[in-house]
Design a protein around this ligand. Structure first.
Ligand SMILES: *Cc1c(COP(=O)(O)O)cnc(C)c1O
Length: 228
């Protein structure tokens, strides 16, 4: 099994307007380099420390996406270089990302994570909480001292229930797509939804058929993960 072959096959099967995030969590630098050498430049990581170390060791033209659950106190470690944070699920976290982005003189792009799965364990906002965050952003964009000007919400992200039931997964992805369409109509400096991040190794084809524009694929590229 070869990473280069897996990656090339998956890439050629994706529609042109779908972005591939190669999810490399737990995988060694040599595996990421193999993907890099066949042209992959976007990598997704779940753990802050691991992301920081890989960023230090790997070529600087890689775009690093943070796709895990981010704790506020760790934002400062990735703020200097992260290119997209997928899993934002509270205003408090957004405020911290804004603060650290400002310190680094940058605007950090974020996706809001929406809870679409049946499992309680998965993170994410419901529609009401999404609306509250949108309202805050609209208010601050309108005010003279916009206090959220160093973040930009550029899309939504979601994870479907872990199940074999394709209808269930389709229902969840379709729901997320409907929220995406509804809330893309709003547009301000810090709210401009262009990315719909849904689909992993097991369900990315279905996610694409439901309107995904960004898939996060790990094990189908790098092989199964081993956790200690
Ligand atoms: C690990 C992970 C993935 C990739 O999962 P695979 O099934 O290995 O493709 C995608 N998204 C998130 C949020 C993850 O944590």
């Amino acid at each position: 099994m070869s990473i280069a072959i897996n990656l090339t096959e998956i890439k050629s099967s994706l529609p042109e307007d779908v972005t591939l995030v190669a999810v490399s969590k737990t995988k060694p630098i040599s595996d990421l380099m193999e993907a890099y050498e066949v042209g992959q430049r976007i990598f997704g990581e779940n753990y802050v420390q691991e992301l920081v170390e890989k960023h230090e060791q790997l070529p600087k033209d890689i775009q690093w996406h943070f796709i895990g659950h981010l704790q506020s106190r760790k934002v400062k470690l990735i703020a200097p270089f992260v290119s997209l944070i997928h899993g934002v699920d509270s205003l408090k976290l957004l405020q911290e990302i804004n603060k650290q982005a400002e310190k680094n003189n940058r605007v950090i792009d974020c996706l809001l994570q929406i809870h679409i799965a049946e499992e309680e364990s998965k993170f994410g906002l419901d529609e009401k909480e999404l609306e509250e965050i949108l309202k805050q952003l609209l208010d601050s964009a309108r005010s003279d001292n916009n206090n959220l000007k160093n973040i930009r919400i550029v899309g939504l992200m979601g994870m479907a229930t872990f199940t074999e039931d394709q209808n269930q997964i389709r229902k969840e992805f379709t729901y997320l797509k409907s929220l995406f369409d509804k809330y893309s109509k709003q547009n301000t400096d810090n709210w401009n939804l262009k990315i719909l991040s849904m689909g992993m190794s097991g369900d990315y084809q279905l996610a694409i058929s439901c309107g995904s524009t960004m898939v996060r694929i790990g094990s189908s590229i790098f092989g199964a993960r081993q956790y200690q």
